[in-house]
Design a protein around this ligand. Structure first.
Ligand code: SAM
Ligand code: SF4
Length: 473
């Protein structure tokens, strides 16, 4: 951090036209024919324009039901019934920024500042592996201690940490402050999956109010340009997001879609994921409720995002209640975290009330991974820990080539079944195992190509009886 970010962001392109997005967010649309045409376009798996997205956001309650239906259908045709599972791992909560909504903000005297040592990191990873996790997202405050080399060291440590019987983390994603291009090259070399940065709010005035200019995060353009720099640094797998509750939710959806289209147009590849966390209460933080997003609005924003960006994964985190996550998975969410703890050290120190009170914000779903797995299975979803695309180089532009109709069902479903079988053999409760084996049988019946079915059965048997692991298509 040698140069103020204002200097660095001088050449960044501002692709957010606040006035135009505001006009679209405020617009009404009661033209049923037009809305149905937009839904039909989306069902053909074509990405929507910002204007088309705004029309869906403005749809009347009667048409909103059709939007929900279409979102369910699109999710099913593009993603099948898989839900990818991951866990967040908070590495350190030191922070130089003063974001109004976050428990880690530098002016919060109540936050116990802590960074995991490499030994502590190893203990956290082992605890996660013993739950059955294979995919993590590492989360960091913004601080000179957490530079690109530190992030890369923590990533390497996670990959190097193995445990009995077959514990290993196969994909490490990152949620950290934006880096410079050199920094991205360093973390890419450590083998990261997705680099995620949430813009928080795309509305510049609100952004300035929540992020004091004197702080590094106060530079809106440095952050907006953050994933462009990631692309320039060779990371073609990026995640965008907005923190819902800071400003008008429709404006933020349009900001997200503008961001996705910008990346798609400039680099030929859109974001791999979109996150849409709703603001949660946090220790030492007074959060204003002026832009609170109701459950109904939240459902609509998920469904509209699903239709607007058919090939982008949608993430719904444990900030939401089990009930809301159940609903969200039906409408288009493709990834959820489970068994999550967001206190530093929380995977081995659960029950320490003092630590629990010092977290970044409160979680809405603290069920165990096994409970979430069982519920998903009982509701007909295949929980997946698959990491095959990223490891076979099917990311970025290549991922887009592969994500053609049929591919996901042909390859992702078999991979999901194999990773589920691994979980059932190594980590599952009896009840989840019973439900899981039943689901696997049913899913095998649905595979129409006999050779493919044979291959999957063979791999499942190798996992069950020959103790083989990490078999993927
Ligand atoms: N420090 C980095 C940054 O700000 O980009 C990354 C980590 S930060 C801990 C991850 C995300 O948590 C933020 O981008 C923000 O959207 C979210 N967050 C912060 N405070 C929150 C709150 N009170 N409720 C829900 N999410 C919150
Ligand atoms: Fe720091 Fe990130 Fe929290 Fe802002 S959101 S205070 S940058 S940890």
């Amino acid at each position: 951090m040698t140069m103020p970010s204002m200097e660095l962001s001088r050449n960044a392109k501002d692709f957010i036209d606040d006035d135009y997005l505001q006009k679209l967010a405020d617009s009404a649309c009661d033209d049923k024919v037009k809305i149905r045409e937009i839904i039909a376009k989306s069902l053909k798996k074509e990405a929507l324009t910002v204007e088309e997205t705004a029309s869906l956001l403005a749809a009347t309650p009667e048409l909103t039901e059709e939007i929900f239906e279409a979102a369910r259908e699109l999710k099913d045709t593009v993603y099948g019934n898989r839900i990818v599972l991951f866990a967040p791992l908070y590495i350190g909560n030191k922070c130089i920024n003063d974001c109004s909504y976050c428990g880690f903000k530098c002016s919060n005297p109540d936050t116990l500042r802590r960074t995991l040592t490499m030994d502590e990191l190893e203990q956290q990873v082992v605890a996660l592996e013993k739950q059955g996790h294979k995919r993590l997202i590492l989360v960091y405050g913004e601080h000179p201690d957490y530079d690109a080399n530190f992030i890369a060291d923590t990533v390497r440590k996670v990959y190097a940490t193995k445990s009995e019987p077959h514990g290993e983390i196969r994909r490490v994603n990152i949620n950290a402050a934006p880096l410079d291009i050199e920094g991205y090259k360093i973390v890419k070399a450590a083998g990261i999956g997705t680099f995620q940065i949430f813009q928080e709010t795309y509305h510049k005035k609100t952004y300035a109010e929540c992020h004091p200019m004197r702080t590094r995060k106060g530079d809106y353009l440095w952050r907006l340009d953050g994933l462009d720099r990631a692309m320039e640094g060779g990371i073609d797998d990026v995640g965008i997001g907005a923190l819902f509750g800071l400003y008008n939710w429709k404006f933020e959806v349009l900001g997200l879609v503008s961001h996705a289209l910008h990346l798609q147009t400039k680099y030929g590849v859109g974001p791999h994921t979109i996150s849409f966390p709703r603001m949660r209460p946090a220790c030492g933080v007074e959060v204003e409720q002026n832009f609170y997003v109701s459950d109904d609005e939240f459902k609509k924003l998920i469904a509209v995002l699903r239709l607007a960006v058919p090939y982008t994964g949608l993430i719904c985190t444990a900030r939401e209640s089990p009930e809301m996550r159940r609903i969200a998975t039906g409408f288009g969410v493709s990834q959820i975290d489970a068994g999550s703890r967001i206190e530093i050290g929380g995977y081995t120190e659960v029950g320490d009330a003092q630590v629990m009170e010092k977290e970044q914000f409160c979680l809405g779903d603290i069920r165990s991974l096994d409970n979430v797995m069982r519920e998903l299975i009982e509701n007909g979803y295949i929980p997946s820990f698959c990491t095959s695309c990223y490891r076979l180089g099917r990311t970025g532009e290549h991922f887009m080539e592969f994500a053609v109709p049929g591919f996901i069902k042909r390859f992702c479903t078999p991979n999901a079944l194999c990773t589920l079988e691994e979980y059932l053999c190594d980590y599952s409760s009896d009840a989840t195992r019973e439900a899981g084996e039943k689901l696997i049988k049913e899913e095998l019946e649905k595979i129409d190509k006999p050779e493919m079915k044979e291959m999957v059965i063979e791999r499942l048997n190798q996992i069950r009886t020959e103790n083989k692991r990490d078999l993927y298509f």
